[in-house]
Structure formats: C-alpha cells, structure tokens
Ligand binder design. Structure first.
Ligand code: HEC
Length: 144
C-alpha cells in the first residue's frame, strides 16, 4: 500500500508559518521610526493632545481611534501641515478650537510622528512615508 501521510516536518513548517502570519506585531512599524516619532510627538503635539493621546475635554480632541487618525493618510497629513479649524465631533463631544499648522517639520519628521500616532494610543494603521508627505505638501503649495 502507498503511504499518503504528509511528513511531520512539513506539518510543523506549515503550522509555524500560520502562527507567524497571525503575529499581531508583524504590522508594527520599525522601533527606530516609533522612537523618532515619539520624540517629535512629545515636542510638537503632547501639550495639546496629551501624553495618553486623549486630548483635553472641550479643547483638544483625542487621537485614539478617530476617523482622522485611522482614515485616509492624505487627510491626516493635510491637518498637520495646514492646521485644522473645522468644527468636529468625536464620541459625542464637539471641538472647534483651531489647531495651528506644523509645516516647519520636514517630510521625514511628519511621516515619523504620524506613523507613531497611527500606532499608539490603541491605534493600528499603516505607516505614512516621507514621499506621501512630500506629495501633500506640493499639492498645498499649488493651492489645493
Ligand atoms: C495648540 C494645540 C495643538 C497642537 C500643538 C496640535 N494639535 Fe492637533 N488638534 C488640536 C485641535 C484644537 C484640534 C481640533 C481642530 C478642529 O476642531 O478643527 C486638533 C485636531 C487634530 C487631528 C484631527 C482630529 C482628531 O482628533 O483625530 C489630528 C489627527 C491632530 N490634531 C494631530 C496632531 C498632531 C500629530 C500634532 C503634532 C504634530 C498636533 N495635532 C498638534 C490642537 C493641537
């Protein structure tokens, strides 16, 4: 009779592969990016959005799982480069203080800080690259 059993080492390799692809940390950005992002966050954003990213009631909105943080990258980059003053509502709370622009930060710094925010305070979203920041900056310069 022909043996139909799959060799044990193939089974182990397959299981390992499945386990590794389930690792939730796999999507985390590199530690160096997160470290650089935190330094910029602490200097540029913390005073308003706070160390825990939960903001200040009635004044500065939280950065935890909001549609601006987890939403389209372009929109989030735009907020940081140009500032933001539309009245918004998060978890039933309204905010309308203006956020100042941060165009003094370079493309790398903005990509680092936004990648950090998108992967802190309970968020888990794709990193933002310096090239993506550059594109939005160019569009803003053209008046878009
Ligand atoms: C001077 C205070 C201040 C600073 C500094 C500041 N913000 Fe804001 N931020 C605000 C306010 C106020 C709003 C709400 C603006 C509105 O209602 O239109 C806001 C809104 C936002 C939003 C969209 C709304 C939300 O909560 O998801 C994002 C994203 C954001 N800020 C990120 C940042 C990042 C990243 C930095 C640092 C590079 C930063 N902010 C620095 C005050 C600030």
């Amino acid at each position: 009779m022909r043996r139909r059993l799959i060799p044990v080492n193939v089974v182990i390799a397959a299981l390992l592969f499945i386990l590794l692809s389930l690792d939730p940390d796999q999507t985390k950005p590199p530690k160096a990016v997160m470290d650089r992002g935190k330094v910029i966050y602490d200097k540029e954003c913390l005073s308003c959005h706070q160390a825990d990213g939960l903001g200040v009631q009635g004044m500065n909105p939280p950065l935890a799982k909001t549609k601006w943080v987890l939403g389209p990258k372009k929109q989030m980059i735009h907020i940081v480069l140009k500032g933001f003053s539309d009245p918004i509502e998060i978890n039933g709370e309204s905010f309308e203080n203006p956020m100042p622009p941060h165009h003094h930060l370079n493309d790398q710094e903005i990509s680092d800080v936004l990648t950090y925010v998108r992967n802190s305070f309970g968020n888990n979203a794709k990193p933002i690259t310096p090239a993506e920041v550059k594109k939005v900056r160019a569009a803003i310069a053209k008046g878009k």
